[in-house]
Write a protein that binds this ligand. Structure first.
Ligand SMILES: [Zn+2]
Length: 365
């Protein structure tokens, strides 16, 4: 049976976890000294390894290996947790309808001792989606946690969690994974599955992953299922040319007053299936990113982008006046507002391109 790369290459030990050394260090130290906590809060954007790390911690707490580092990834408990069949490790998706029922059940069963292993571990995914009722119920448990129970809350939006819960958890922040780390690992994976991949194709995949292992692997997955020798062209085709690269390219054209090239880029993107108003909305975001980069010391704290992509945008932003950015955002937003009522939104976006690319060179002169 075919299994997604993201699943088949999920880390089974701490050593294969990507780009979260700071967290690895804390957890390994706690495990070695027997000082693990009762409640953890794993924060970070999607695909940075929160759930994976939660499972690693659950395994380490229940691993039966006598020598070497835990989790070993091969003992019966480690394997059973990896397969999701270990009764003492429970995963609750707070975003699902079952969330409330699961939390209620959790409260009823949390006081029973573990059956299979040494620790009961509750992994609560999308914890910020817990309903008020569920959060209150959960808080009661958190106030007096029974022995041998560990809670791991994973969330992309910690600010949405009540302070009463936050204050009871050890918070660990997951970073976006650097392109360098992704490239190294993805190259190994390609070698393992016997697929050739050109370095520039690999680079493009990792740039578009924007620090998310999951997004990167799912793109790689689509590339390798289409070809046994992946080229940059293959990746561009699959991306529908609407990754960061596209916005950098079309913005370059507009800023330099190359109206024809800009219109051609738009035509190509649309021919590849991107919807025109979605494209314009994402393009407004791109201009916003350029603006933020011009005015903030550490844009990585504000923007949802990898450091490498921020560098690329910084290069583009350095030659642009704020008036130009403002003008482009205004033009595109106006076109988008009009497009809502228009049977032919594309024409409005094209008109905006003509205006922006005529005005930009004058403004930046
Ligand atoms: Zn083990």
């Amino acid at each position: 049976m075919y299994q997604a790369l993201y699943r088949s290459f999920r880390p089974e030990t701490f050593d294969t976890l990507l780009g979260q050394e700071h967290i690895e260090k804390i957890l390994k130290n706690q495990l070695a000294t027997g000082t693990t906590g009762h409640a953890y809060l794993f924060c970070g954007t999607r695909g940075t390894g929160k759930t994976t790390t939660a499972r690693l911690l659950a395994k380490a707490l229940n691993c039966t290996a006598e020598h070497g580092e835990k989790p070993c990834g091969v003992c019966a408990n480690c394997r059973s947790i990896a397969e999701g069949s270990f009764v003492d490790v429970m995963e609750i998706d707070a975003a699902s309808n079952r969330g409330v029922d699961d939390i209620r059940e959790l409260r009823e069963t949390v006081n029973f001792p573990p059956i299979q292993g040494k620790y009961k571990v509750y992994i609560i995914d999308e914890a910020h989606m817990l309903t008020k009722e569920a959060a209150n119920a959960f808080l009661k448990t958190l106030e007096e946690p029974p022995a041998n129970v560990v809670f791991i809350l994973a969330t992309t939006e910690p600010e949405k969690l009540p302070a009463t819960i936050l204050s009871r958890c050890l918070r660990l922040d997951f970073r976006r994974v650097s392109e360098e780390v992704l490239q190294k690992r993805f190259a190994e994976i390609c070698q393992e599955i016997g697929v050739a991949i050109d370095p520039d194709a690999l680079g493009l995949i990792c740039a578009n992953a924007d620090g998310s292992v999951r997004d990167g692997l799912s793109l790689l997955d689509r590339c390798v299922s289409a070809s046994s020798h992946v080229t940059r062209e293959d990746v561009l085709t699959l991306l529908g040319m609407a990754g960061v690269e596209t916005y950098l390219e079309i913005t370059d054209h507009v800023l330099a007053g190359r109206t024809g090239e800009a219109l051609t880029t738009l035509a190509r993107v649309l021919a590849e299936g991107k919807e025109v108003t979605q494209f314009a909305r994402d393009w407004v975001e791109h201009f916003r990113d350029l603006m933020i980069i011009q005015f903030t010391e550490k844009p990585e704290n504000v923007l949802n982008l990898s450091l490498e992509n921020i560098e690329r945008l910084r290069k583009q932003a350095s030659g642009v006046r704020i008036e130009t950015i403002k003008n482009c955002i205004t033009r595109l937003s106006a076109a988008l507002a009009d497009a809502k009522w228009s049977p032919r939104p594309r024409v409005l976006i094209e008109l905006a391109i003509v205006q922006m690319s005529t005005e930009a060179p004058k403004q930046n002169a």
